[in-house]
Design a binder for this molecule. Structure first.
Ligand SMILES: NC(=O)c1ccc[n+]([C@@H]2O[C@H](COP(=O)([O-])OP(=O)(O)OC[C@H]3O[C@@H](n4cnc5c(N)ncnc54)[C@H](O)[C@@H]3O)[C@@H](O)[C@H]2O)c1
Length: 443
């Protein structure tokens, strides 16, 4: 089948590469010339495990092409996927300008039937706007060509995106067109062979399903963070509480880890956008508001612990393990590390940081600055630092050489935003160990 994917970011590139891997002919369109040039030279602009091999295999086989030409993309595919960004606008609502620009291009260049599929996360009602934009462009050139619009939200996780796309839990399709449903069924069939995982519904429900999923997951995290903070006040251990509640199958163990707050390109913006959509229809979404404010507070918890320990942070150097918003990605959008570093800098401290893959992204965001030193290894950041803070639970941080840490730090203090270590063991090893919700009273 002939497929076009607009947007070659985390979602578009994975979608294009995986669809090509099933034998389809895919053209990926992006407005970012640098990105397209990199991809055409066989370089992958993001860190996503396994993606480079899938891209290379299909590029070499001639099934995957990259271009900046919207016209070429529109001409190519029967399936026109829109997978461009939907960042928050000034008010926190999803900015639809990129999605609608693609819809306009499709209407401008199409010469035969197209299936227009919105994969970007978009507010309820966007499919109508996409349809209007395509129709308006067609009308502007007095063309009458049939097309269908479909909502097909993406549920992949950065860091496990290939696996998620190749073996999805579900494929949500929102449409009232039987023809569109059949086309998508045949497109996704290779990925859902052992049982049908396609859930077909009306367009608005599909659009809302994506926000519902992310809001639910964000709620679980904020709920646990709230409980973790309470545990500190009560002198209880949230890790015991986590095991105690996770064992109930109605609750389950997934996504109930307390920590330094959720980040990334999805949860913060999607919770915010859903709340804004609720405002627009005059509904007060109290749970969403609370989820967001608990998270914003949680992102400051580690800094507050560091400040409480040291008092004055001027002239201090904090070693930082982890910059990405979670392991196995280089994505630093809304990462807890950013709030921590920016708070430390404002308080006059310096940061020595290490992340296995996100350091180039960190340089892209912050450039070169005197109060930030990026080191090539995790032990190197410790040299001359006053204390260690951990914000990303990369596997290589799980079982470090604690003797070496103690020797390298000026003060044996660890501020662990991901609860990686056992407080009793840390105390025996002579560390001041601050974790999330593990008995210490918060100030
Ligand atoms: N990142 C995730 O884990 C994830 C998961 C599920 C859904 N989503 C949603 O998918 C969408 C894309 O997210 P992402 O993380 O891949 O974004 P991204 O920022 O990594 O990539 C978006 C790409 O779109 C390109 N673009 C912008 N306008 C364009 C245009 N007119 N034509 C062609 N390309 C254009 C940009 O240059 C960029 O490369 C968002 O709506 C997001 O909420 C993301």
């Amino acid at each position: 089948m002939r497929i076009t994917v607009f947007g070659s970011g985390y979602v578009g590139l994975v979608t294009g590469a995986c669809l090509a891997d099933a034998g389809n002919h895919v053209v990926c369109v992006d407005v970012d010339e640098r990105k397209v040039a990199m991809l055409t030279q066989g370089r992958i602009p993001i860190h996503e495990p396994g993606l480079d091999a899938v891209v290379k295999r299909n590029f070499d086989a001639g099934r995957l092409r990259f271009t900046t030409s919207a016209e070429e993309g529109v001409q190519h595919g029967l399936f026109q996927f829109i997978a461009v960004g939907t960042p928050p606008d000034g008010d926190g609502a999803a900015d639809l300008r990129y999605v609608l620009a693609v819809a306009n291009s499709i209407g401008e260049h199409m010469t035969e039937y197209k299936l227009v599929i919105t994969k970007s996360t978009v507010p309820v009602g966007t499919a109508d706007k996409v349809r209007e934009a395509v129709s308006a462009s067609l009308a502007a050139r007095q063309a009458t060509i049939e097309f269908d619009t479909v909502s097909n939200p993406e549920f992949l996780k950065e860091g496990a995106a290939i696996e998620d796309f190749m073996r999805p839990d579900r494929v949500v399709v929102g449409t009232d067109s039987e023809h569109a449903t059949e086309l998508l069924r045949s497109l996704y069939e290779p990925f859902t062979r052992n049982r049908d995982r396609m859930i077909v519904m009306d367009v608005r429900s599909a659009e809302l399903t994506k926000y519902a999923a992310n809001a639910m997951l964000a709620t679980k995290i904020s709920f646990m963070n709230e409980l973790a903070n309470l545990a500190e006040h009560f002198g209880a251990d949230i890790e015991s509480v986590r095991l105690g509640i996770g064992s109930d199958p109605r609750i389950g163990y997934a996504f109930i880890y307390p920590g330094a707050g959720y980040g990334g390109s999805c949860f913060p913006k999607d919770v915010q956008a859903l709340r804004r959509s609720a405002d627009e229809v005059g509904y007060e979404a109290s749970i969403l508001t609370a989820v967001e404010s608990v998270n914003n507070r949680q992102k400051r918890v580690l800094f507050e612990k560091i400040q409480a320990h040291f008092g004055d942070l001027r002239g201090k150097t904090i070693a930082l393990w982890g910059l990405a918003f979670k392991p196995n990605t280089d994505d630093m959008r809304e990462a807890a590390s950013r709030v921590l570093m920016e708070s430390l800098w404002s308080a006059g401290a310096k940061v020595r940081a290490y992340d296995p893959v996100a350091m180039p992204e960190c340089v892209r965001i912050y450039g070169q600055r005197e109060d930030l030193v990026l080191c090539q290894t995790s032990p190197e950041v410790l040299d001359g630092a006053d204390a260690l803070a951990i914000v990303t639970e990369w596997r290589e941080f799980r079982s470090p050489d604690f003797d070496a840490i103690k020797r390298a730090l000026r003060i044996p203090a660890i501020f662990d935003g991901r609860n990686l270590y056992d407080p009793a063991q840390m105390a025996r090893a002579g560390f001041s160990y601050y974790a999330i919700g593990r008995g210490q009273r918060s100030k």
